[in-house]
Design a protein around this ligand. Structure first.
Ligand SMILES: NC(=O)c1ccc[n+]([C@@H]2O[C@H](COP(=O)([O-])OP(=O)(O)OC[C@H]3O[C@@H](n4cnc5c(N)ncnc54)[C@H](O)[C@@H]3O)[C@@H](O)[C@H]2O)c1
Ligand SMILES: [Zn+2]
Ligand SMILES: [Zn+2]
Length: 368
């Protein structure tokens, strides 16, 4: 090798190690798979994780629709992922380089007042920042602040497709839907939205043996999946009569728990129309527009209404249930793409009804 060739080789090696590919948001409806600088340790609590598996969330679709003003031009999207730690800061005590980890969609310092009361979603130095106000996981590498509170060890023999559902949708469905809705044995439950999150509600609601679970969506394919996952009644709301059908089926009583897993004024309206006296409405969906709250109908109904950003405090418990085989979130995976084909993956997930898509799994090849 001549000196010039050597210099060229060294330069391209340096270029390789300082850049990576990532899915970058560029304002309303615009995104591209492009070069970005590889993240580096900035704080002692950081870990740099090489992503092996990621996926796309309904929230990413809300971002593309402009529903989340906090996400700005240039941001790498994605808040779900599995990967291998490449590097850790000097303050990380629970993880080492080479560890395989599950990345939580919520970052937790474990020290602030919110973290100490188990509300990681509102951590003073974290919360839901990944793919929101901080570069996310739909990339080759990601920087995870407060790694000790935001990563989980990937169990030996675990399945990446299955366990990536622990980054977000399983704790979201369980915490925001089932726990906030206080699902109890014998309850009648309605879930509005049969996307991956609504289906995660459906799977985890069954921990408590509700008597009936109504699943409401516009998409018959997703409703058919819900049936396989344990829904007792399917309602396609395309005719605008979903509330009427639920009231008829419950002989005018309505349902004990109604869980909103879409994030639209129309679906929030259904929830108010079908909640029984003494019932609970648990909102899960991300809303970009105001909704109408019909207090003129609800003031005397003894209902409660909850909202929640997932805290991911139940992740260790859910991990045990998945490992036991009692919960099989891998069944939600319908499509698989190489991370390089993420634009196709967005097209598929964004046209879920046509494509028959639920969770689309993205994998990075072994290249560094
Ligand atoms: N609160 C949280 O912490 C949190 C965390 C993750 C996701 N989310 C939100 O949960 C929601 C669901 O996420 P997802 O990944 O399942 O999204 P998704 O887009 O895949 O699913 C939404 C479902 O709603 C259905 N739908 C749309 N309009 C409808 C209508 N008028 N009537 C009935 N069904 C209708 C769609 O057919 C689709 O199946 C999104 O709003 C997402 O942003 C919230
Ligand atoms: Zn999400
Ligand atoms: Zn905190």
């Amino acid at each position: 090798m001549t000196t010039a060739e050597l210099k060229l080789a060294t330069t391209s090696a340096t270029t390789l190690s300082t850049t990576m590919k990532a899915l970058v948001y560029h304002g309303l409806g615009k995104y591209a798979w492009e070069d970005k600088p590889r993240p580096a340790i900035q704080d002692p609590g950081d870990a740099i994780v090489r992503i092996t598996t990621s996926t796309i969330c309904g929230t990413d679709l809300h971002i593309l629709k402009g529903d989340l003003a906090s996400v700005t031009d240039g941001r790498i999207l994605g808040h779900e992922g599995i990967g291998v730690i490449e590097q850790i800061g000097t303050g990380v005590s629970e993880f080492h380089a080479g560890d395989k980890v599950i990345i939580s969609c919520v970052t937790a310092c474990l020290k602030c007042d919110f973290c100490r009361r188990g509300m990681y979603s509102h951590c003073r130095d974290g919360g839901w920042i990944l793919g929101n106000t901080l570069d996310g996981t739909q990339a080759q590498y990601v920087r995870i602040p407060h790694a000790d509170g935001s990563l989980y060890n990937f169990p030996v023999g675990g399945d990446e497709e299955e366990l990536v559902m622990l980054s977000d949708i399983l704790p979201t469905g369980f915490e925001c839907g089932v726990l906030n809705g206080q699902v109890k044995p014998g309850d009648t439950v309605a879930i509005v939205g049969a996307g991956p999150v609504g289906l995660a509600v459906l799977l985890t609601a069954q921990f408590y043996s509700p008597a009936a679970i109504f699943m409401i969506d516009l998409d018959d394919k997703r409703l058919a999946v819900a049936k396989k996952f344990g829904a007792t009644t399917l309602i396609n709301s395309a005719d605008g009569q979903a509330a009427h059908h639920v009231m008829e089926l419950t002989e005018g009583a309505g349902v004990d728990v109604v869980i909103e897993a879409v994030g639209l004024p129309a679906t929030f309206a259904i929830c108010q129309d079908i909640v029984a006296a003494g019932g609970r409405i648990a909102n899960v969906g991300v809303h970009g527009k105001p909704v109408e709250l019909h207090m003129e109908k609800l003031w005397d109904r003894n209902i409660s209404l909850t909202t929640r950003l997932v805290d991911t405090v139940t992740t260790p418990m859910l991990l045990k249930v998945v490992r036991s085989g009692k919960l099989q979130p891998g069944k939600l995976v319908t499509h698989r793409f190489a991370m390089n084909d993420i634009i196709k993956a967005y097209d598929t997930f964004g046209n879920a009804a046509k494509e028959g898509a639920l969770k689309v799994v993205l994998t990075n090849g072994g290249s560094r």
